[in-house]
Design a protein around this ligand. Structure first.
Ligand code: NAD
Length: 353
């Protein structure tokens, strides 16, 4: 049966993967709502832009009147909320935007959804979902051992993770207080095609291609649990459609890697797929730079609940996903050259003076 999905942040990295997957692999309709900040890019939606099941509205999620009007007019069965300020380094330089979009924006969308949901028939009320997409960074940092899971206590450490933690609490409160059928997912670091090149993996790919220094924070010892973006998008659509009201699902890739090993893996792939005698082996370009203030040591996810209850498993290993990602950047120079010619030119952000 075709449902109506309203996807906020759908011009961003993960949101556009969700929108493309909904149009290509499901019978559902999609309305993307996005403010088109520096991180939003309609080029990422071009592959589905001509579909009659796709629509786009430029709007700020923190604009309550606009959210009310959009939700009432579109009558969604599912709201998937991905719109956010998402880059930790930017949150260190300018936390205000993070509070505005991630906290006030989530509040506005909850209010708009609640008003609409109260007017639905009991059957449509029961089927409706408000799915909030969050991060494992809300849990703080792990030591060498252990995993984050659905019951793990919140201990956010950066302005970004604090704003996401606050928004998670608002979403759960709207379920407990008003009965809104919400689902929260907390996912580990994503990578893949259409990733804005300020984040580690695309930054390293593009710098390696161009023979520029490859900046690694601190000693590169920080560990992240990497998940290929299409595996995340599939988990999100499953959670939005089949998740229990009020439930939380932790999503991860079973792919813990130290940053330095991620960077070395990219160097080997670029040397293989785009050899360049003038540049030489890319590992020689690695340059250790001052660490991010308050850099969390390790994130890792126990994703057994979503595997058990919803039957989700990632299709890609880190090796297969990284190869696909490097190949995509080699084949889609137009996309990243346009992004790089815009507001962001690869400069270092998030150093506390
Ligand atoms: P992104 O920065 O690539 O995209 C964010 C999108 O939100 C952009 O299109 C931007 O234009 C839009 N946006 C920003 N402010 C807005 C506003 N006020 N109103 C409407 N739209 C606005 O982010 P992403 O990496 O795709 O992350 C999407 C979501 O997933 C975020 O909520 C993030 O916290 C979460 N998440 C990301 C990761 C990751 O590794 N990237 C991991 C776990 C969870």
């Amino acid at each position: 049966m075709s449902k109506r999905f309203l996807v906020t942040g759908g011009a961003g990295f993960i949101g556009s993967a969700v929108a493309r997957m909904l149009v290509r692999e499901t019978p559902h309709q999609v309305l993307v709502v996005d403010k088109l900040t520096y991180a939003g890019n309609l080029d990422s939606l071009k592959p589905v832009a001509n579909s009659p099941r796709y629509r786009f509205e430029q709007a700020d999620v923190a604009d309550l009147d606009r959210m009310r009007a959009l939700v009432e007019a579109y009558e969604p069965d599912v709201v998937m909320h991905l719109a956010a300020e998402s880059h930790v380094d930017r949150s260190i330089d300018g936390p205000g935007e993070f509070v505005q979009t991630n906290v006030v924006g989530t509040f506005a969308l909850l209010q708009a959804a609640l008003g609409y949901w109260r007017g639905l028939s009991p059957e449509r009320q029961a089927a409706f979902r408000f799915h909030h997409i969050s991060t494992d960074e809300v849990f703080g940092s792990l030591g060498e051992e252990g995993f984050f899971h659905e019951e793990y206590p919140y201990q956010p450490t950066s302005p970004y993770s604090a704003s996401k933690a606050a928004s998670d609490h608002f979403v759960r409160a709207w379920h407990h207080t008003y009965g809104l059928p919400t689902v929260v997912t907390n996912c580990s670091n994503n990578y893949g095609p259409y990733h804005f090149p300020e984040k580690l993996i695309p930054l390293i790919i593009l710098n390696a291609l161009e023979g520029k220094p490859l900046p690694v924070y601190g000693k590169g010892e920080n560990v992240r649990d990497w998940l290929f973006v299409d595996d995340h998008a599939r988990a999100l659509i499953l959670a939005a459609e089949c998740g229990e009201p009020g439930a939380t699902y932790a999503i991860g890739g079973h792919n813990e890697r130290k940053n330095i090993d991620v960077v070395r893996g990219i160097c080997a792939l670029i040397d293989e797929l785009a050899p360049n005698a003038a540049i030489g082996p890319r590992e020689a370009l690695i340059s250790f730079v001052t660490d991010r203030p308050g850099h969390d040591l390790r994130y890792a996810i126990d994703a057994s609940k979503i595997e058990r209850e919803l039957g989700w498993r990632p299709a890609e290993t880190f090796e297969t996903g990284l190869r696909k990602t490097v190949e995509w950047y080699l084949e889609n120079r137009d996309w990243w050259e346009r992004v790089r010619s815009g507001v962001y030119r690869g400069e270092r952000l998030g150093i506390v003076a």
